[in-house]
Design a binder for this molecule. Structure first.
Ligand code: FES
Ligand SMILES: [Fe+2]
Length: 329
């Protein structure tokens, strides 16, 4: 039987497209997310901008070209990007503002948006873009988290994965309480209270954790905001904050970024012992899930048992992030 591909479309929401420090002032680079070729750049005033990539002139990708100031992609002039092919200039809203060698600007571009511009917000040391397949404006706001913006917390420790699956399949993990015992070898089934409200899924979990010092009682509280943003606090051994960001590359591939931070102790970053162990263990869980996700099929009407978590409730909640009709349960 050939493996069926994930049937889910790309969901809409806020998604991380870059860490803040990966995009310097005056830099541009290509990004491929949501099945779309785009260019990400930072203007001279420091504003991050995300535009569709292909120039309306002769189709160059604005993110590719040799550029002395940034090394790659279109040059930045003020608040605009200059196409590497013939130097047409585009502002942050995707309007063509200059064709340097033309006596008259082509009427087809004057006063018109030539390139789709995605809403962008920078917070929590990352750059978020709002994606909606029909260009609908953001339906909720980006939220700021103190742990990711405070000098009392360590610099982010980052890990990333590219996974051949759909965002929904990964997100279902949280509702799938039985797999923790069998995939992640947790000592017990985690006791998780999951609440699905508007664009939030909130989890409160008591979980025993294996540590080098033996078993420790811990708690995990998570707040997922839409399909792309997850914020989790681990308490019990070493206080840890995780931003788990999932960004669809297309409808069958996702880019996962995990960024951890822990409170400084006497102004110092704690890197050894349980601090390192908890981060290692969470990343190990993702490595354990990956082969399951990459090789499973999607069962729209699964056979469930009384020990399973709230899979149906999860799917009903997740369905709100699709603009296209898709039978989810
Ligand atoms: S292709 Fe962009 S200016 Fe010609
Ligand atoms: Fe898992």
């Amino acid at each position: 039987m050939p493996k069926p591909r994930p049937p889910m479309p790309v969901p809409f929401g806020w998604f991380v497209v870059s860490y803040s420090d990966e995009l310097a002032v005056g830099q541009s680079r290509p990004v491929l997310y949501f099945g779309r070729e785009m260019v990400l750049f930072r203007t001279e005033s420091g504003r991050p901008v995300l535009l569709d990539a292909y120039c309306p002139h002769l189709g160059a990708h604005l993110g590719y070209g040799i550029n002395e100031s940034s090394g790659q992609g279109g040059r930045i002039e003020g608040e605009s990007i200059v196409c590497p092919f013939h130097a047409w200039k585009f502002d942050a809203a995707g309007y063509c503002t200059d064709v340097p060698y033309a006596k008259n600007m082509p009427p087809k571009v004057v006063g018109k948006q030539c390139l789709e511009s995605y809403p962008v917000v920078e917070d929590n040391q990352v750059i978020y873009a709002w994606y909606h397949p029909e260009g609908v404006a953001p339906m909720w706001d980006v939220e700021s988290f103190e742990e990711a913006n405070s000098a009392d917390w360590a610099p982010l420790q980052r890990f990333e994965w590219t996974i051949k699956t759909a965002c929904q399949e990964m997100a279902e993990n949280g509702a799938d309480s039985a797999h923790f015992r069998y995939v992640h070898q947790t000592a017990t089934f985690p006791e998780t209270e999951l609440t699905y409200e508007q664009h939030y899924s909130l989890g409160v979990q008591k979980a025993d954790m294996q540590t080098p010092r033996g078993m420790v009682k811990g708690s995990i509280t998570s707040k997922n905001i839409g399909p792309g943003q997850g914020f989790t606090r681990f308490e019990g051994i070493a206080s840890t904050f995780l931003m788990g960001n999932v960004t669809p590359i297309d409808d069958e591939t996702v880019h996962v970024r995990f960024a951890f931070t822990q409170p400084l102790v006497d102004g110092e970053v704690k890197t050894g012992g349980v601090n390192a162990a908890i981060i290692r263990d969470i990343c190990k869980q993702l490595d354990e899930d990956k082969p399951i996700w990459e090789n499973k099929m999607f069962r729209p009407q699964p056979v469930l048992c009384d020990g399973d978590g709230p899979i149906a409730r999860f799917r009903k909640w997740y369905g709100q992030f699709y603009a296209e009709s898709f039978s989810n349960a």
